[in-house]
Design a protein around this ligand. Sequence first.
Ligand code: ADP
Ligand code: MG
Ligand code: ZN
Length: 507
Amino acid sequence: MLYKPTIGLEIHIELNTASKMFCSCRNDSSEVEANRNICPICLGHPGTLPVANKEAIKKLIKTALALNCQINKQSFFERKNYFYPDLPKGYQISQYQAPLSQGGYLDLKFQETRNKKQTKRINITRIHMEEDTGSLIHPHTINIGVGVNPDGADYSLVNFNRSGVPLMELVTEPDLETAAEVKEFIKELQLILKYLNVSGANMEKGEMRCEVNISLAEKGAKEFGAKVEIKNLNSIVVAGASVEYEITRQTEILKKGEKVIQETRGWHDAKKITFSQRQKEEAHDYRYFPEPDLPKLVLSDKFIKSIKAELPELPSGKRERFKKEYGLNQGDIEVFVGKKELSGFFESTISELREWIGSEKEKDLKETEMKKLAKTTANYLINDVLGQEDEGRNLKFSPENFAEFVKMIYLGEISSKIAKMVLEKMIQTGNDPSNIIKEGDLSQISNISEIEAIAKEVIKENSKPAEDYKKGKQASMQFLIGQLMAKTKGKASPNIAKQILEKLLKN
Ligand code: ADP
Ligand code: MG
Ligand code: ZN
């Protein structure tokens, strides 16, 4: 019997606004001193009044538009009532009946989908606005691994710095089916949030927190199976691992003819398993009701339009553009899509090269030649620069210098061996390539008669490949050039070497 997994995600995202959601306290996750960014509003003192943070609402709308969601011009806040020590008001201000946005989607591109489809659409149910809770610290759990200290006195500490930080909750439809899809969805969402500059979106830091809902049903069954919700997933890897674990666990239960219990489970990171935490609360347990201290949120078309106009290029747009304009392969494109500084550097280099080729080449050649230059630029940036300079941030050399370097390779003025040495120096010193070549005795042997003499030696020592070339075997030329480059320790200009060898072997 085969079972089909059904998966939906609930994702909480902390917005990177300057201040909190309903008060003017600083929103600063790097604050190390506990209870420093607090005030009567985010401590839930009676008689205080919340005021909604416009910047946070803007950032949510930005995200919603980027995810193709509908923006509700009228929405309102509600109180979600429950008791927990990190929630001083006894309720969380959230949205329930009327969220700020609903009905969007995100297309996944790279998975091996069924039916050989290129993309898979994951529908987004809603994105709504709420506030974060404080955070609890359990000193004894950390220190001695159990909840009670040796004196028998057990306590926890509470830090309200995070209390009232703007939080956006995104809920997907149950459209996901595999761990790979879950991981790709989270990764792509993270990228989008970073492009929009709405959140750090770092799961390890808790800026983005993901809950996985998963059920299994017999293939072809009309109804979903019982749903399990998994919490405490603090990385993409763990989210994927929890899905794989649950698929195995639930399959075994169903195979035995037993029923999966609908419940909330936690992830045990040391054991790499999920474990039962509690039976799920029903929604009405929270006694949602409209927040009486905040007015309805009414948005004008003009306001929404102005946010739409500010949307930057998104990862999917960048992928298409990099493919169309530069003809790069998918692997290189993904590196650039994930690394903002490096791809900015790449594009600055390309615009230098474009100017140069524009004045050098005939029009119809430009496009293909540009792609060659782009490929060379990408190769050296990704394979050589990125290997040494983490993320390609703070490079010492300029795009002008790098364009100069790429030009030299393109024109065959330097061999790939010299190129590597020059680039090494550029990374270390930031010096420009022509200076490095002059100063470092890396200059090319471009004296024709000198190269000709060496070429004659090469032909003499390799008479068989030379004869083969004369008979029409083109590959032998590459071999002969290689021999010549070896003899000159890479200092000959490969272009001139080729011309001379061809001339000598003409008849
Ligand atoms: P609840 O009221 O229990 O929170 P929701 O309907 O709000 O449930 O859905 C919460 C999340 O669970 C959503 O991401 C949704 O896509 C997902 N979900 C709903 N039903 C299932 C199911 N049978 N299997 C897996 N995921 C599901
Ligand atoms: Mg829910
Ligand atoms: Zn405050």
